[in-house]
Design a binder for this molecule. Structure first.
Ligand code: GLN
Length: 313
């Protein structure tokens, strides 16, 4: 089935925003210094339907850094480039059960990154992006994510600089990946591309368009551009379903029933294949690093719009 009519979706989006606007649970991320300075009250929601219907509420046009949500889209670009088998060889598809920045995830699995949605696997995935130099790889990432969003995305230089100064842990991961033969090239350069991809500036509206492109078999429903194949969308959404919210992914899938990807700046996008995408932005996070108001509002919309993939009625 499809989504209910435009008016009804619009009402549900407004209601989801109204319902959770008063929630002040959680805390903003502060391990990236500049993220600690963001206004914690910001709260935006957006739904984009594969038929092109648009719905924004609250701070849906407020820019923030995409952070880990970039991982889902870079993974899609890597599969588009190298194919299902090759990427599967380098990066696995199982949940780590560990935090997004865990080094243990890598050690426990004999140096094989367990999935692309936590830092170890994401850095290995970024290393698969084509390009003779890191600058070219970065351009491919930026252009690819811009095609998903249907507009030119640019780097938030302040977020990039703040994270680049404090990312020793990710750099350690890059060197570990290299020692296990999972990364070609200079680990510091690959981690730099990864740090830039995380600092791309987006809005909740952009995230919903990006997610709706995955929901639409790889065609951006706003621009009509084919960004990736339908097979790439299927692979990407399958691994996202079990890993997109890190160690909380099982609970999320059980309660909400949609693949979703989060980032520490407070964004989350959930994808309903064939229907559209629901995105939230609110900076206060829970212990796993997932935006609390975004989870609540997307959960509400999944129920109100009948999006749970496992529901037969
Ligand atoms: N850039 C962040 C990091 O590597 C992304 C983490 C996240 O959003 N969970 O730590």
């Amino acid at each position: 089935g499809t989504l209910p009519g435009w008016d009804s979706v619009e009402d549900h989006v407004r209601e989801a925003h109204r319902r959770y606007a008063g929630n002040t649970d959680g805390a903003v991320a502060d391990y990236i210094p500049v993220l600690a300075e963001v206004d914690p009250e910001l709260f935006g929601l957006a739904v984009i339907q594969v038929d092109g219907g648009l719905h924004d509420a609250g701070d849906a046009q407020h820019p923030f850094s995409i952070q880990s949500i970039s991982k889902m889209f870079v993974y899609a670009l890597a599969i588009q480039e190298h194919g299902h088998e090759r990427v599967r060889e380098i990066v696995g598809v199982n949940n780590t059960g560990l935090a997004f920045n865990s080094l243990m995830a890598l050690e426990l699995n004999g140096g094989h990154p367990m999935n692309p949605m936590v830092n170890a696997g994401a850095i290995a995935t970024t290393g698969l992006m084509p390009g003779a130099t890191a600058v070219e790889q970065w351009e491919r990432v930026r252009e690819g994510l811009s095609a998903f969003a249907g507009r030119h995305l640019s780097l938030d230089g302040v977020v990039y600089a703040s994270e680049a100064e404090t990312n020793e842990r990710n750099r350690a991961m890059g060197w570990l990946l290299r020692s296990y033969g999972r990364l070609d090239g200079d680990p510091d350069e690959v981690v730099d591309v990864y740090t830039r991809q995380c600092a791309l500036s987006v809005t909740a509206h952009d995230l919903a368009v990006m997610g709706a492109t995955l929901a639409d078999g790889g065609v951006n429903p706003i621009t009509g551009e084919r960004v990736v194949s339908a097979e790439v969308c299927r692979d990407t959404l399958a691994v996202t379903a079990s890993t997109g919210l890190y160690e909380a992914s099982g609970e999320w899938l059980f309660e909400i029933g949609l693949p979703a990807k989060s980032g520490v700046a407070g964004g989350i996008v959930a994808v309903a294949p064939g229907k559209g995408a629901v995105a939230g932005f609110s900076p206060r996070l829970d212990g796993a690093g997932n935006s609390i108001r975004s989870q609540l509002a997307i959960g509400h919309l999944s129920r109100a719009l009948g999006l749970n993939l496992f529901a037969s009625a």
